[in-house]
Ligand binder design. Structure first.
Ligand code: ADP
Length: 190
C-alpha cells in the first residue's frame, strides 16, 4: 500500500507512523528526517535546507522532490511506502502523481490527522526540538495552513482522503487509522 499521512506540526504523525510501518510492513519515508540527516551529514541538499528548517519554512520543492524521487526509486519501495511530511505543497503532490503514474502506480489513500491549533501549541510546549520555539512553531503552523492544507481538497477530489480525529490516546488514534486503511483497501472512502 502507498499511504500519505498529513497533519499539522505536533499532530502526532511520528508516533502513528512508527505504528503504521510495522502494521503495513512498508518503508517509512519521512522528509523531515531525510532533511535532518542531510543537514547533519552536511550534504549539498542539507546545506541548502538548513536555514529554511531552522526558520520553520518549507524547503524549496526542487530539493525535496529530488530527494524523494531518489528514495522512491529504491527496491524496497516497490510494494508500497508510507509518506510522512511529503507532499506538503500542491506542486509536490502533482509531481508525486506524475512520478507514480509513470511507473503505473498510484497513492492508495491519504490520512489527515486533524488536531485543533490550541492543542498543537500545548503539545509543542511539552516537547522540545530545535525548530519548536513559539515563533518558529507558529511559522510551521502558518506554512501548514497556507501551503499544505490545500492538499486536503486535492485528495478529496481524488476520492482518497480520510480525515481522522487526532485527539485521544495513541492507541485510540491508531484504531481510527486502521479503520481508514480498511476503507482504502475496499475503495469505499469515496
Ligand atoms: P513537522 O511535521 O513536525 O513540521 P517535519 O519533521 O515533517 O516536521 O519537517 C521539519 C521541517 O523540514 C519542516 O518545517 C520543513 O522546513 C522541512 N520539510 C519537511 N518536509 C518538507 C517538504 N515536503 N517540503 C518542504 N519542506 C519540508
Amino acid at each position: 500500500m502507498r499511504i500519505i499521512l498529513i497533519g499539522p506540526p505536533g499532530a502526532g504523525k511520528g508516533t502513528q507512523c512508527q505504528r503504521l510501518v510495522e502494521h503495513l510492513h512498508v518503508p517509512h519515508l519521512s522528509t523531515g528526517e531525510m532533511l535532518r540527516a542531510a543537514v547533519r551529514a552536511g550534504t549539498p541538499e542539507g546545506l541548502l535546507a538548513a536555514d529554511y528548517i531552522a526558520q520553520g519554512q518549507l524547503v524549496p520543492d526542487q530539493i525535496i522532490v529530488g530527494m524523494v524521487t531518489k528514495r522512491l526509486a529504491a527496491e524496497d519501495c516497490r510494494s508500497g511506502c508510507l509518506l510522512d511530511g511529503f507532499p506538503r505543497t500542491l506542486p509536490q503532490a502533482a509531481t508525486l502523481d506524475d512520478l507514480l503514474e509513470r511507473q503505473a502506480m498510484s497513492v492508495d489513500g491519504v490520512i489527515e490527522l486533524a488536531v485543533p491549533r490550541d492543542e498543537l501549541v500545548r503539545r509543542m510546549i511539552a516537547r522540545k526540538r530545535a525548530d519548536d520555539n513559539p515563533e518558529i512553531f507558529s511559522n510551521r503552523i502558518i506554512s501548514f495552513e497556507l501551503q499544505t492544507a490545500p492538499l486536503l481538497d486535492y485528495y478529496t477530489r481524488q476520492g482518497k482522503l480520510a480525515s481522522i480525529d487526532g485527539l485521544g490516546t495513541a492507541d485510540e488514534i491508531f484504531e481510527r487509522i486502521k479503520a481508514a486503511l480498511r476503507t482504502f483497501s475496499r475503495g469505499t472512502h469515496r
